[in-house]
Write a protein that binds this ligand. Structure first.
Ligand code: CMC
Length: 427
């Protein structure tokens, strides 16, 4: 891959570095030899650092391109199912009919969780945030799948992938049912992945719940659009946790924790809260003014992205799905009106144009989820269900490539060595 050299000159010393060429995207300077020469690089937030090699997902943020294993996200969202995308992310190729049927059957047959886990929920307060419960329960799955699990064995990793993919919707729906005091609804194997999740969320033992195919498709699309996004904060967290050879369920719990923050997966919940706060289109200028004010910490949620400096391609599909859902449900959501006007104003405002701040995937997903009847504190949980496959695909790739524990260095700015004198009286 090294087809070029870079020379770094520091005082009298110069260091030759390889320049690596990826299949797509910017060239990468290989700095691995720098440490042995007594220098480290400094890059808080990893804005200019590639932490690994990967074949899974490619993003061109300037041109709004997102490819999974080479396939454009727009095509995947309109022409595939979430489970097909999962197969592609995990195994690198689109499945044949036979491979798909086998994969679907295996995922479907692992949806139940150990009955003992259902008791774990009782330890949580009913008003706990569902992300806290999801994080705790997913971490607890490590207690059920640990001793016999050898992470260096590809077959064991494959079984782990199935388990996580299959069980995550069940655990997520249980988080919701627990929070509203309803009995857990067990998975139904004759439903699709998305249909089964909606059923576990909204069915009760007293009433039949029929899954609406338009809403089922919308749910599936939300899952597809959140499935993977290369080395984002939560995926990097899963890789970092997994780099020590840790239990994968514990690593996914770490990913869930990272996803929860409002700058990452928590943005969809924060975005809906913001739209509710704006309430009517007349209030939009006031919020735009606040977003631009350097002394105000307020940001337009659902706008901007570390990588996309153009329209987020996922937001385009999400926008269409949003209209389909509202039409199907015959809903005239005033929040959508606020969202559309906010988008129009922001896209024409010099501040947002100069800083290349476009609507991201979370801008529309919240409105769709609300229309589906999902409460806002469950939005990030749904992101976590969808992103689980991305986390596992990256965790698996890291193991295939050979583990190297993640251990960044630092720019130390503390005290130099000094004498310690205790002022505490000893008994
Ligand atoms: N509203 C107002 N100003 C903004 C916004 C925003 N949403 N986003 C960035 N800016 C400004 C920011 O103040 C800064 O201005 P200046 O250069 O004058 O200091 C400039 O744009 C660059 O911002 P940054 O924080 O340095 O950029 P970043 O790449 O570190 O942050 C981000 C990316 C997504 C955290 C940020 O755009 C943000 O906080 N957006 C709102 C939260 C959000 O929607 N997050 C969801 C991301 S998509 C889902 C996912 O993949 O997790």
């Amino acid at each position: 891959m090294a087809d070029n050299k870079a020379k770094l000159t520091i005082a009298e010393t110069s260091v030759d570095l390889d320049v690596l060429s990826p299949t797509l995207g910017s060239k990468v300077i290989d700095i691995r030899t720098l440490g042995s020469k007594g220098y480290y690089t400094y890059d808080p937030g990893f804005t200019s650092t590639a932490s690994c090699e990967s074949k899974i997902t490619f993003i061109d943020g300037d041109n709004g391109i997102l490819l999974h294993r080479g396939f454009p996200i727009g095509q995947l969202a309109t022409e595939s199912t979430y489970l097909e995308v999962c197969y592609i992310l995990l195994y690198g190729e689109a499945p044949t009919q036979e491979q798909y049927d086998k994969f679907k059957t295996t995922v479907t047959r692992h949806t139940m969780i150990h009955e003992q886990i259902t008791r774990l929920f009782n330890g949580f307060r009913r008003d706990s945030h569902p992300m806290a419960v999801l994080c705790g329960v997913t971490g607890a799955l490590a207690a059920f799948y640990h001793d016999a699990l050898d992470v260096s064995n590809p077959v064991h990793r494959d079984i782990t992938a199935y388990r996580l993919l299959s069980k995550m919707p069940t655990v997520a729906a249980m988080c919701y049912k627990y929070s509203i005091g309803q009995p857990f609804v067990y998975p139904k194997n004759d439903l699709s992945y998305a249909g089964n999740f909606l059923h576990m969320m909204f069915a009760t033992p007293c009433e039949e719940y029929v899954v609406n195919p338009v809403l089922e498709r919308a749910m599936d699309r939300i899952f597809i659009l959140h499935a993977d996004h290369e080395q984002n904060a939560s995926t990097s967290t899963v890789r970092t946790a997994g780099s020590s050879g840790a239990n994968p369920f514990a690593c996914i719990a770490a990913g869930i924790a990272s996803l929860w923050g409002p700058a990452h997966g928590g943005a969809n919940e924060a975005c809906l809260r913001m739209l509710e706060e704006i309430k009517t289109v007349e209030h939009i200028p006031e919020f735009i003014k606040r977003a631009k004010d350097k002394n105000d910490s307020f940001r337009l949620m659902g706008f901007g992205h570390r990588v996309y400096k153009n329209y987020d391609p996922r937001a385009t599909v999400m926008r269409e799905t949003c209209h389909e859902v509202l039409k199907e449900l015959n809903l005239n959501d005033s929040l959508l009106e606020v969202a559309m006007e906010l988008e129009r104003i922001a896209l024409n405002d010099p501040y947002f144009i100069e800083k290349k701040l476009y609507p991201n995937v979370d801008f529309y997903s919240g409105i769709i989820l609300k229309a589906l009847g999902i409460p806002s504190n469950m939005f990030t949980v749904i992101f976590a269900i969808a992103r689980t496959i991305g986390w596992i695909a990256h965790w698996n790739e890291m193991h295939e490539d050979g583990l190297k524990i993640a251990r960044p260095r630092q720019l130390y700015t503390g005290y130099s060595e000094r004498d310690f004198k205790s002022e505490i009286k000893k008994k």
